[in-house]
Each structure stands twice: as structure tokens, then as C-alpha cells.
Design a protein around this ligand. Structure first.
Ligand code: MV4
Length: 445
């Protein structure tokens, strides 16, 4: 096992990793920006190193300073968390070249999945269902239009280097297609320095369902069931639940098996998430793969009883997953509520001083947060203050527990998404499990 791990992140995920390390007897090194001196991850780690100014480029994205911090603190591995450098293949490569184990997949797998068109082609070859569309990018506008006509409108135009909705355009006819093809290319060129786009059939009102996977890097692949992440706005998830009410046991088994099988064939190492679109008929299609631990990983931990961050450390240190697929059992229902410091109407960030802070507790309740009373939320990073995770025997109990906890939760001084979550839990479409990716826009305008 590792002796000392450096955590190249901040906030609740840095704390989450520190906690997993401590239970495994691993020493921790926190890195922090000048804006984060008073942060809990700095207070909780065994040692800490300041890596630069408040802006992420000066600190949490500053590869040189992070590697220097790992060297002076004599760490033997680096955990990137999520966001920042977590899916930066260059960073993963530099870590390894400097003698630090990168706690995550290989740089090659990060690169492969970073290109959405290549990822799709690879998954298709591995037997994962993909959205009908072009085999790779199409350069010429006329050729692209002909292809769109062949598969039939409406279609989606997607940037190869995109992801998370960036460089993506819909088209319903010839005219909008030619216009949006050019816009998508321009947007992709500006955002990613790569103007390649590919064409797909549009899946109308899809649900977003993702499978948690793990690989040992040597041909063993496991899945940890699905998470339903359809409740999002502007590609920012707000509430996630596991399992999904939209799929039956046969579909659950199929999605898990094809995902685990792909991971095994790829010889993928460590944690990953395979994202799917689910259409109205119950068909699922590969969308993207994330090569990191995700914000919403706790709901999977709650329904499986497995500590996924500890597992990341174990897999990275030993190259082995110490159990098999049949040891992973689904129990009950979990919901995660992202408590963001933002205006619940406009979704604009609302940084500032937390004047009062009281977190809920009790049976089946978990709060992952790096906030505390009198903590000042800096304006430089994302606006998530806490994740409230509830677990119940079934969905109904989880919903009731969620309502109880949201009522107990006190965050004063900043506007938060708590009232919005309370409204969602009262919404009859939500209660009926009638949710798709347009849920918030449709019912909460
Ligand atoms: C789609 C789609 C419909 N049809 N692809 C959005 C994020 C990016 N990763 C892929 N996305 C979508 N791809 C086809 N062929 C609809 C979306 C989409 C979406 C997907 C998941 C969650 C929320 C979403 C919101 C809008 C659009």
C-alpha cells in the first residue's frame, strides 16, 4: 500500500480522499491555493503545501507546482479527484515519469476517451450499443448533409473534442443543418482547437443513465450498477439517484454486462463511468466515458456498501480488485442533492460568507462537505457547498428522508439550491419517476 498520497484537489473531494487514506493508514499531503489557506482539506491532511495563487491556472492546474509539492513532501502517489487535472493525460504521464503513481487510468485511456468520436468507435467495436451515426468525423458540409439526410432528421452534430454539451448542435432540416454544422465547427475550433464534428441521430427526450465501472488494468472489469442523472440544467447535474426507476432488471443486467465487458477488453485501470442515453423505448446508447471518480459516486457507495475511493487506492497500489462481480449487490435506493451556493432561480453563483451552517444527520444520511460556519466561499471555484446523500430501503423512503434532511439543513448567508430540491421532491412527475433531461426546463422555468 502507499505510504503517502498527495491530493491534487480541494473542497469536499479532497476531504473524501483524505478520509479514505486515513482508514487505510496512508499519510496525506494537501495542496492549496492562496484562497484556500483556511480550508478543511488543509486542516485535515497530515501536511500541506501552498501551490500558488487563487486562480486555478496558478494552483490546482499548475502541473509544475503540484509535482514540486509531491517531491518536497516525498509522496509516492497522486490522487487527482474530479475536475482540474483529473482527465488530463499529460498530467497523468508526468506523474508517472516523475515516479509518482497516478491514481487513475493510463494516459492512453484518458486520451482515448477524451476524443468523443474515437471513444464511440472503440466502444462500438467492443460491442457497446452506440447512437446510429457517422463512422468518425465528417469534414465536408455537403457530405455531412447527405449523411444527415440518409439517416434522417432530426440529427445531432457533435464535436469530436467536445463533451458535456460543448460544441453540440441539433438540426431538423437541410437549412438548419448547414447553418449549425458551421456553428458547431467554429465553436469546436475556438473551444478545443479542433474543428472535427460527427453526426448522430437525435435521441428525443433522453434520460441520462451512467454505469459505474472499475478495471484492474489486466483484463478484469466490474460494474456497480447505474445512476440516474437526468435532473440537470445546462449540463450541470443537480440531483442523482441510484438505481434508476426507468430500467427493468433485464436492462440493468445488460447495461452492466456490456459496460464491464468493455472495461475488461480495454484492460482499463481504476474507476470510470460509462454514460448512456436511454430513449423512450428503453434502448440505451453509449454517449461518453469519464475516466475519473465522479461527484455523484456516493449514491453508488450507498447502494453497494463499497467504498469506491478506497478501492481506487487499492487498485492503484496493488493492481488488483479484491472481489468479483457476484460480490456486488444492490441494496435499497440512494439520492444525492447537490447543495450549491447559487441563486435557485437564475443558477448564477452566489459566493460569500456562510453565517450559519447546520447539517442534517440520522439514519441513512450522509453529508460530504468542506464547508463550516464562518467559512467564506471563494468566487474562484465551483459553487458546490455540500452533497446531501440519503439512503432508504426503497425510493419512497429515500424521498421522504430527503425531504426531512433538506428541512433540517441550515445554510445562512448565501443563496442555495435547497429550496429547489424541496420543490423537486414535491413534483408529481418526479415522484412518479417521470423524468428526462428536459425535466427542469419543462417544470421549473
Ligand atoms: C445527445 C442527445 C440527443 N441525441 N445525443 C449532452 C451532453 C453530451 N455529452 C451529449 N448530450 C446529448 N447528446 C443524441 N444523439 C442529447 C444530449 C443532451 C443531454 C444528455 C444527457 C444529459 C442532459 C442532456 C441535455 C441536453 C442534451
Amino acid at each position: 500500500m502507499f505510504r503517502r498520497v498527495l491530493i491534487a484537489n480541494r473542497g469536499e473531494i479532497a476531504l473524501r480522499i483524505i478520509r479514505a487514506c486515513r482508514e487505510l493508514g496512508i499519510e496525506t499531503v494537501a495542496v492549496y491555493s492562496e484562497a484556500d489557506r483556511e480550508s478543511l482539506h488543509v486542516a485535515f491532511a497530515d501536511s500541506s503545501v501552498c501551490i500558488g495563487g487563487a486562480s486555478p491556472t496558478q494552483s490546482y492546474l499548475n502541473i509544475k507546482n503540484i509535482i514540486a509539492a509531491a517531491e518536497i513532501s516525498d509522496a509516492d502517489a497522486i490522487h487527482p479527484g474530479y475536475g482540474f487535472l483529473a482527465e488530463n493525460a499529460t498530467f497523468a504521464k508526468i506523474c508517472e515519469e516523475c515516479g509518482f503513481t497516478f491514481i487513475g487510468p493510463s494516459p492512453e485511456h484518458i486520451d482515448l476517451m477524451g476524443n468523443k468520436s474515437n471513444a464511440k468507435e472503440t466502444m462500438k467495436k467492443l460491442g457497446v450499443p452506440v447512437v446510429p451515426g457517422s463512422d468518425g468525423p465528417i469534414k465536408d458540409a455537403k457530405e455531412a448533409l447527405n449523411f444527415a439526410k440518409k439517416i434522417g432528421f432530426p440529427v445531432m452534430i457533435k464535436a469530436s473534442a467536445g463533451g458535456g454539451g460543448k460544441g453540440m448542435r441539433m438540426a431538423h432540416n437541410d437549412i438548419t443543418f448547414l447553418k449549425n454544422f458551421e456553428t458547431a465547427k467554429m465553436e469546436a475550433k475556438n473551444a478545443f482547437g479542433n474543428d472535427e464534428v460527427y453526426i448522430e441521430k437525435l435521441i428525443e427526450d433522453p434520460r441520462h443513465i451512467e454505469i459505474q465501472v472499475f478495471g484492474d488494468g489486466k483484463g478484469k472489469g466490474l460494474h456497480f450498477f447505474e445512476r440516474e442523472c437526468s435532473i440537470q440544467r445546462r449540463h450541470q447535474k443537480l440531483l442523482e439517484e441510484a438505481p434508476s426507476i426507468a430500467i427493468d432488471d433485464a436492462t440493468r443486467k445488460k447495461m452492466g454486462e456490456v459496460s464491464a465487458n468493455a472495461i475488461a477488453q480495454l484492460k482499463y485501470k481504476n474507476a470510470g463511468t460509462i454514460e448512456y442515453l436511454l430513449d423512450k423505448h428503453g434502448n440505451f446508447y453509449f454517449m461518453e466515458m469519464n475516466t475519473r471518480i465522479q461527484v455523484e459516486h456516493p449514491i453508488t457507495e450507498m447502494i453497494t456498501g463499497i467504498d469506491l475511493v478506497k478501492l481506487q487506492l487499492i487498485v492503484a497500489a496493488k493492481g488488483e480488485i479484491p472481489f468479483n462481480q457476484e460480490d456486488i449487490k444492490l441494496n435499497g435506493h440512494a439520492i444525492e442533492f447537490r447543495i450549491n451556493a447559487e441563486d435557485p432561480e437564475k443558477f448564477t453563483p452566489s459566493p460569500g460568507l456562510i453565517k450559519a451552517y447546520y447539517i442534517p444527520g440520522g439514519f441513512g444520511v450522509r453529508v460530504d462537505s468542506a464547508a463550516y460556519q464562518d467559512y467564506y466561499i471563494p468566487p474562484f471555484y465551483d459553487s458546490m457547498v455540500a452533497k446531501l446523500i440519503v439512503h432508504g430501503r426503497d425510493r419512497t423512503e429515500a424521498i421522504e428522508r430527503g425531504k426531512r434532511c433538506l428541512k433540517e439543513f441550515v445554510v445562512e448567508g448565501v443563496k442555495t439550491t435547497i429550496p429547489l430540491h424541496e420543490k423537486i421532491l414535491e413534483n408529481h412527475h418526479f415522484i412518479a419517476g417521470n423524468i428526462a433531461t428536459d425535466f427542469l426546463d419543462k417544470h421549473f422555468k
